[in-house]
Design a protein around this ligand. Structure first.
Ligand code: HDE
Length: 751
């Protein structure tokens, strides 16, 4: 993001680099709150804790930086020491008995260094191992006291600091970012009533209905145990064997085979809490709630061929994208929307809201926008923050409560449990990134790596020797919603859980034709990798219950007949389903135009340099990230004698890393590019991946040489293939920017 960085200061919010004065986050707001009452947007955190001090913080102040300051380390101007603070004289040589002799056992400096190194790794997360995170804040649009007493919603304009981690699920910690997979979307709110973790995904439903099945699901999708393959991919026999025997996974499989599972960026994904939760107000009244994060950047995805090539071109594609956008001051934002409904309403739905394989269509319960999340600060240290952050569904605060969703109920146990082995003990809440900004007071003591120095003789309750402190908070504390339950103790699932296909069909029918084709192609690819014909057939038999067109397309791709559909577990009519347009990715193009979109301008000796400069400047002015891409680094000379510095080569800056390409004018330059296989491939891939192409004058020759068709397969004009000749450059640039903001032109696709 060199270009952007020139226009914006380098992450001015990172106190570590700019000193305390730079700590106040810039406003970062690019979206007017829906509620006009909220536009004042003054910070209203009230603070009274040992960590935060007392009184109002500076507007927009971020209280989480204070606890982190305690552990920030900066080596500038400091001497090297051991972990005991002993200054080290020589860090290059071990202590030897003679220069050619053995190393002394007493070399405590060497031994400390190697011992620490030997223990640098901790177990990776059993799922969601690969991830990236950033700091930011949640800003509330409106006071929500009637619905919930949760602290982040207490007042319009209130800001709550947060830390958000995005992840893939199946791959190991070093796996590639752009694989086909569900993405984790986990948000830790540091509220003054304790930490609230909303641990969601970018897909609103899940594979299974009961926590009992989770270890089997994960075993099936991870690498196969005998040979450790394939990495970060569901395209193998054990996964499809399991899900084909688990019809409840069908709805989720459609989402996973859709373009949702290959997002363009973490910044262009929706997030969902998945389960039904409860909101509880101060009077103890409760409603059900589903949480939705909607990206202001729009919902955009990769195409499959591009995603596959990206794993080689840049395995860190999503990590880099998030990092660079924040460093460049282009802070990503998501709006938080709630679907709120009563228990009576829920009882009237044709599906069970406790079933995590079902969503609540927005047409049935519309989204209530309540605030936005802004990510405006990259972590200082990947391990200390991104790796050690411990999300936990059990972390809820007064005003939020669980529902009886059996998947959620199991998660409440699992996350706390996993942190104990992953982070080495029960005190992981004291690791700075996990430590709440609210004061922590209880009688839990000791354990591995204990940090707190609890004072006094009282470590039990009730007590009189400590004046009864810390005392129970009573009504001011967390109170579980007193839901009435009078049932038999059984293993089983509720009646409506047996409908496995209605919402899969709803999802499929709500997709555009382009998205439907991509779903069929993804099933074809994954099942082609499956080696067991019976497993392939069983999946198609499940799809036959979803939609005949989908089942037909997948069967044809596999060269088989559509098998008889799997038996249905229920034949209850499902009346309220109509296509739900909100389920299509195309329904949310976003509000940030071409900002942060990467554009390659191909250059070689003999191109029209002045024109290249003009296009470059015009793109930069609108916040796009242009790059001069050529055969090798150094200078090329334009026909007009102007000089252009190549910023990156075709080898290092592959086509898939760019959202669009500009092919220059200038006969000799175009001829040179036309002799370069990399340049030809570059243009072909831009075309194939449906990206906007701006062709200046003689540049048309390069497209011809590359075999790029001048019109769409159906004969129509290609709206993202834009030609410009001298005088109409301004007009062509406007059309190019428009195409770039739309992202892709899928009319080109021929499967
Ligand atoms: Fe998770 N999941 N999960 N999960 N999950 C973990 O916790 C688990 C589920 C999700 O960025 C683990 O700290 C069970 C649904 C995210 O650090 C573990 C069940 C959803 C993350 C765990 C589920 C998620 C995790 C692994 C079924 C979407 C990454 C390491 C009962 C709503 C958080 C860890 C981060 C991580 C268990 C199902 C989302 C083992 C038992 C449904 C985003 O605790």
């Amino acid at each position: 993001s060199q270009g952007l960085a020139a226009a914006m200061p380098f992450n001015p919010n990172k106190a570590g680099e700019y000193g305390d004065a730079a700590r106040t986050p810039a406003q970062g707001a690019t979206h007017a709150p829906a509620d006009p009452a909220a536009t004042g947007s003054t910070s209203t955190e009230t603070i009274a804790s040992a960590k935060l001090g007392k009184g109002q913080p500076a507007p927009g102040g971020n209280p989480t930086t204070d606890p982190l300051d305690r552990v920030r380390v900066d080596a500038a101007g400091q001497r090297l020491t051991t972990n005991q603070g002993v200054p080290v004289a020589d860090n290059q040589h071990s202590l030897k008995i003679g220069l050619r002799g053995p190393t002394a056992m007493e070399d405590f400096i060497l031994r400390e260094k190697l011992t620490h190194f030997d223990h640098e790794r901790i177990p990776e997360r059993v799922v969601h191992a690969r991830g990236s995170a950033a700091h930011g804040y949640f800003e509330c649009y409106r006071e929500l006291g009637a619905l919930t007493r949760a602290a982040p919603f207490a007042q319009a304009g209130k800001r709550t600091p947060l830390f958000t981690r995005f992840s893939t699920v199946a791959g190991e910690r070093g796996s590639a970012d752009t694989v086909r997979d569900v993405r984790g979307f986990a948000v830790k709110f540091y509220t003054e009533e304790g930490n609230w973790d909303l641990v969601g995904n970018n897909i609103p439903v899940f594979f299974i209905q009961d926590a009992m099945k989770f270890p089997d699901l994960v075993h099936a999708v991870k690498t196969e145990p005998h040979h450790g393959m394939p990495q970060a991919s569901s395209a193998h026999d054990t996964f499809w064997d399991f899900v084909s025997l688990m019809p409840e996974s069908t709805h989720m499989l459609l989402w996973q085979m859709s373009d949702r599972a290959i997002p363009r960026s973490y910044r262009t994904m929706q997030g969902f809490g998945v389960h039904t939760f409860r909101l509880v107000n101060a009077a103890g009244e409760s409603q059900f709630c589903k949480f939705h994060w909607t990206p202001m950047q729009g919902t955009h995805s990769l195409v499959w061929d591009e995603a596959a090539k990206l794993t080689g071109a840049d395995a860190d594609f999503h990590r880099r994208d998030l990092w660079e956008a924040i460093e460049a001051g282009q802070f990503p934002e998501w709006e938080l929307g709630l679907q709120v409904f009563s228990e009576e309403q829920a009882a009237s739905f044709a599906f069970d809201v406790l079933d995590p394989t079902k969503l609540v269509p927005e047409e049935l319960v519309p989204l209530l926008p309540v605030g936005k999340m802004v990510l405006n600060r990259n972590p200082d240290n990947f391990f200390a923050e991104t790796e050690q952050v411990a999300f936990c569904t059990a972390h809820i605060v007064p005003g939020i409560d669980f529902s009886n969703d059996p998947l959620l109920q199991g998660r409440i146990h699992s996350y706390l449990d996993t942190q104990i082995s992953r982070l080495g003990g029960a005190n992981f809440h004291e690791i700075p990134i996990n430590s709440p900004i609210a004061p922590v007071q209880n009688n839990q003591r000791d354990g591995m790596h204990r940090q707190a120095l609890n004072r006094g003789r009282v470590n039990y309750e009730p007590n009189s020797l400590g004046g009864g402190c810390p005392f129970q908070a009573g009504a001011a504390g967390f109170t579980s919603f007193p839901e009435r339950v009078a049932e038999d103790k059984v293993r089983g699932s509720a009646e409506l859980f047996a409908d496995h296909y209605s919402q899969a069909r709803l999802f499929y029918e709500s997709q555009s034709a382009v998205e439907q084709n991509h779903i069929a192609a993804a099933f074809r690819f994954e099942l082609t990798r499956v080696q067991t014909p019976a497993v392939r057939a069983r999946v198609v038999a499940a799809l036959a219950n979803v939609h005949p067109v989908l089942a037909g397309a997948v069967a044809a791709g596999l060269g088989i007949e559509i098998p008889p559909p799997l038996p249905l577990a229920t034949d209850r009519p499902m009346p309220e389903y109509a296509p739900s347009p909100a389920l299509s990715l195309f329904s949310r193009p976003g509000q940030t135009g071409i900002r942060t979109r990467k554009v390659a301008l191909l250059v070689a000796d003999g191109v029209d340099g002045a024109m290249v400069r003009e296009v470059y400047a015009a793109l930069l002015a609108d916040g796009a990230v242009p790059r001069l891409v050529g055969a090798r680094l150094g200078r090329v000379e334009g026909v007009d004698g102007s000089e252009l510095d190549v910023e990156i080569t075709f080898e290092a800056g592959a086509s898939v890393l760019y959202d669009a390409v500009v092919v220059p004018d200038g006969e000799f330059g175009v001829a040179a590019l036309g002799r370069d296989a990399d340049a030809l491939d570059f243009v072909r891939q831009q075309y194939r991946h449906c990206k906007p192409i701006l062709v200046l004058g003689a540049g048309a020759g390069l497209l011809h040489e590359a075999g790029v068709p001048p019109a769409l397969p159906d004969g129509g004009a290609d709206p993202s293939l834009i030609g410009a000749h001298g005088e109409d450059l301004a007009q062509a640039l406007a059309a190019f920017k428009e195409a770039l903001s739309r992202h892709r032109s899928f009319g080109r696709e021929t499967d």
